[in-house]
Design a binder for this molecule. Structure first.
Ligand SMILES: *Cc1c(COP(=O)(O)O)cnc(C)c1O
Length: 390
């Protein structure tokens, strides 16, 4: 008898094809970098989150090699059993110093960290308030916690305040991206902290796209000159820091509670020590060489200028530069056209972004040359013009 479940999945997949939502993976034959190789082709890479060009930087590779020699590869166990090595301990200390927070804790990934934070701080007696455009893992963490879950329209402080005022929950948590992952805009963190203060709430801040980019690389709170015991700060290591994993930083009691109770921390193998060593080296590089982050901002400004000269609208000051085009099919077609021009720029479609706002998502890196970012603006103009002519 045929398995009905398989037929249902095949209908689901056919639906994805019909709606231009089926996604496929590229197979890269090179390290990450401003130019990547796919099969025999070289493509200028505007698709990765490697904002500082650290993922294959010689110093990062050297740190990884040295850590593998000193600690081996696998961590062997969860952190509370025997998986927490000197490399992890030192990386946590370095990250707390780097962000000016009392204590930090390493997690397996940003996704795991957000799940761990929200399920450890919230239970059925809690309420979580999340921005509509938050990353999927904050949403999943909120759902998994079984707290009441409220979503406010993007950056709408008035609506959030009304929700907080109406809440009778014992524990309140505001959860937001610091830099929104598909638009590159910065959340109103100072105002959110003031609301957290007024309504006795936590502010869980996901700085996946701010760490290494804003505040001289120290992240969005540093950029805005903010710190608070109400802040539970999360940053991934897989983007600007060029590695893998995540940190959570905050008050000692918060971090100790997560260490004891965050299920994605307690019940998961510790990061490979080399990933911790790589994170520490990335922080060192940012601290020692201000030019690294400054170069990224020069390239962002250059790209935006080159777009403005061609009448292409960009809106963000972060490394993420969305070019919103509307329909999924159009975004996919433009991405394919750019690919033929030697440019790798992903089409981002629902459900990652709201219906009708499919876009090209350009990620700028300090490793791009001035010529590469200007070349992309010219290619975008050409792709958009050919699109209009059809
Ligand atoms: C990428 C991302 C994450 C997930 O981090 P990983 O370390 O890749 O699991 C979380 N939040 C935001 C906003 C992200 O962009």
């Amino acid at each position: 008898m045929p398995h009905a479940g398989i037929a249902a999945l095949e209908r689901g997949l056919a639906g994805l094809d019909r709606d231009d939502l089926r996604r496929t993976r590229r197979v890269l034959d090179s390290p990450q970098g401003p130019v990547v190789r796919e099969g025999g082709e070289e493509l200028v890479n505007f698709a990765s989150n490697d904002y500082l060009g650290l993922a294959s930087h010689p110093r990062i590779l050297a740190a990884a090699h040295a850590a593998v020699d000193a600690f081996g590869f696998g961590a062997g166990a969860s952190p509370l059993v025997v998986g927490h090595a000197r490399a992890h301990e030192e990386a946590e200390e370095a990250f707390a110093r780097f962000t000016g927070t009392p204590r930090a804790l390493l997690f397996g990934s940003g996704y795991a960290a957000n799940l761990g934070i929200l399920t450890a701080l919230a239970d059925r007696s809690a309420a979580i308030f999340a921005d509509r455009l938050d990353h999927a893992c904050l949403v999943d963490g909120a759902l998994l916690s079984r707290a009441e879950f409220h979503r406010y329209p993007h950056a709408d402080l008035g609506r959030l305040e009304a929700m907080l005022s109406a809440s009778k929950a014992a524990v309140r948590i505001i959860a937001t991206d610091a830099v929104f992952s598909m638009d590159g805009d910065v959340a109103p963190v100072a105002e959110l902290l003031a609301l957290a203060e007024r309504h006795d709430a936590w502010l869980v801040l996901d700085d996946a796209h701010g760490i290494g980019v804003l505040g001289g690389g120290r992240g969005t709170p540093a950029h805005l000159g903010l710190s608070s015991p109400r802040l539970v700060y999360m940053a991934t290591l897989g983007k600007a820091l060029g590695g893998y994993g995540a940190f959570v930083a905050g008050e000692p009691a918060v971090v100790e509670w997560l260490l004891q109770r965050a299920r994605t921390y307690v019940f998961s193998t510790a990061l490979p020590p080399a990933a911790a060593a790589v994170a520490r080296e990335a922080l060192r590089m940012i601290e020692e060489d201000g030019a690294l982050v400054a170069t990224l901002h020069e390239r962002i400004a250059r790209f935006r200028r080159a777009c403005a000269e061609r009448g292409i609208a960009t809106a963000s000051t972060a490394a993420i530069q969305p070019v919103v085009v509307g329909e999924s099919a159009r975004a996919v077609e433009l991405s394919a056209r750019l690919r033929r021009l030697g440019q790798l720029v992903p089409a981002i479609r629902p459900p990652t972004v709201p219906q009708g706002t499919a876009r090209l998502r350009v990620s700028i890196s300090a490793a791009h040359t001035p010529g590469q970012v200007e070349g992309l603006a010219a290619a975008l103009q050409e792709a958009l013009r050919d699109g209009a002519a059809r």
